[in-house]
Design a protein around this ligand. Structure first.
Ligand SMILES: Nc1ncnc2c1ncn2[C@@H]1O[C@H](COP(=O)(O)OP(=O)(O)OP(=O)(O)O)[C@@H](O)[C@H]1O
Ligand SMILES: [Mg+2]
Length: 317
């Protein structure tokens, strides 16, 4: 796989990259946090590249995609005969990462049943393949990433707090693209050129209004969304001079500017945010006649977030 550096000059990104260089050499676990598309996997690969394990394997595992019945043997391996169908020894992802780095992506989705086993592995440095009477010492560095709020997941009982604290020793949080100053422009110029080279065509150019639109967009899909936009522009409008109307960016509430655009006017004397949240939750539940899925839609929240907030406010329903 092609290795790309993480581009960006904003102090917000540079601070994370500096911290990453410091911890890359240590053998401790690192938890990479950030919204979807902020570059978590890219950062994990960089940590591996800068580590003394760079010549060893980098094994990426999507924890959300581990089939739950097979998850333990997929991760820690098994011995031949450990269960029906186990016709040979299997190293598992941990075994495959020996001498290198194991990247546990979407760690927030790791099945609960596996979490104590991962914690034991992190604390002892030993893995025990299924069906093996002995544990073996493993020489593996663990990196993990998630776009989920693990604090919230722990509060909800989906993620073990002891594992959270073990992983959270060195957290590196990638800022969302909308909080990286002018990086969106720098990245757009880079992606347009790189992709135009790949497709052997001319890069489109952005007029000042289009550049401004890039800076004001909310980028819910972060760098990935920007890269996909650039790919679309290179393919559909090569070599053209583009205005904001060519970008097809939807205005988001975040980028509303004038007072006439505000969703809610903050009273001059301020307000009680917790009380407002409580009131909105109750209104949504009443309006949705107690249907949580409908209440979540009314508030623009995921069902899990709604459940968490109802619990936080002790709203009985
Ligand atoms: N700073 C950056 N410079 C250049 N390319 C970047 C940067 N950050 C991310 N990318 C690119 O953006 C895309 C998304 O990055 P990546 O897959 O690492 O994000 P992620 O945080 O792991 O996303 P998800 O949460 O959806 O898994 C990739 O193509 C990656 O190469
Ligand atoms: Mg990822």
């Amino acid at each position: 796989m092609q290795e790309r550096p993480l581009l960006g000059e904003s102090p917000e990104l540079q601070a994370v990259l500096r911290a990453a260089q410091l911890v890359a050499k240590a053998d401790c676990p690192v938890l990479v946090l950030g919204e979807s598309g902020t570059g978590k996997e890219e950062l994990a690969r960089m940590l591996h590249r800068l580590s003394p394990r760079a010549d060893g394997p980098f094994i990426a595992v999507n924890c959300g995609a581990l089939p739950s019945e097979l998850a333990e043997s997929e991760l820690f391996g098994h011995r031949r005969g450990a269960f029906t169908g186990a016709d040979r020894d299997h190293p598992g992802f941990v075994g495959a990462a020996e001498g290198g780095t194991l990247f546990l992506d979407e760690i927030g989705d790791l099945p609960l049943s596996l979490q104590p086993k991962l914690l034991r592995f992190l604390e002892s440095g030993e893995r025990q393949p299924l069906g093996d009477a002995h544990s073996r010492s493993a020489n593996v560095r663990v990196l993990a990433a998630t776009h989920r709020d693990l604090h919230e997941a722990s509060d909800q009982g989906h993620f073990r707090r002891d594992l959270f604290y073990r992983l959270h020793v060195v957290p590196l949080e990638l800022p969302p693209l909308r909080l990286r100053g002018r990086d969106a422009l720098l990245l757009a110029d880079h992606f347009l050129k790189e992709l135009a080279d790949n497709y052997q065509t001319d890069p489109p150019r952005l007029n000042p209004q289009a550049r401004r639109a890039l800076l004001e967009h909310r980028w819910p899909g972060n760098v990935r969304e920007l890269r996909h936009l650039c790919e679309r522009l290179v393919l559909l409008l090569p070599g053209q001079f583009l205005g904001p109307e060519n970008l097809g960016l939807k205005a988001a509430p975040w980028s509303r500017k004038g007072p006439e655009d505000r969703l809610v006017q903050l009273p001059a004397q301020g307000l009680e945010f917790e009380a407002l949240e409580h009131d909105l939750l109750r209104q949504a539940m009443v309006q949705a006649r107690g249907c949580k899925a409908q209440a979540a839609r009314l508030l623009g929240l995921s069902r899990n977030t709604l459940l968490y907030r109802l619990k936080k406010h002790a709203i009985d329903c």
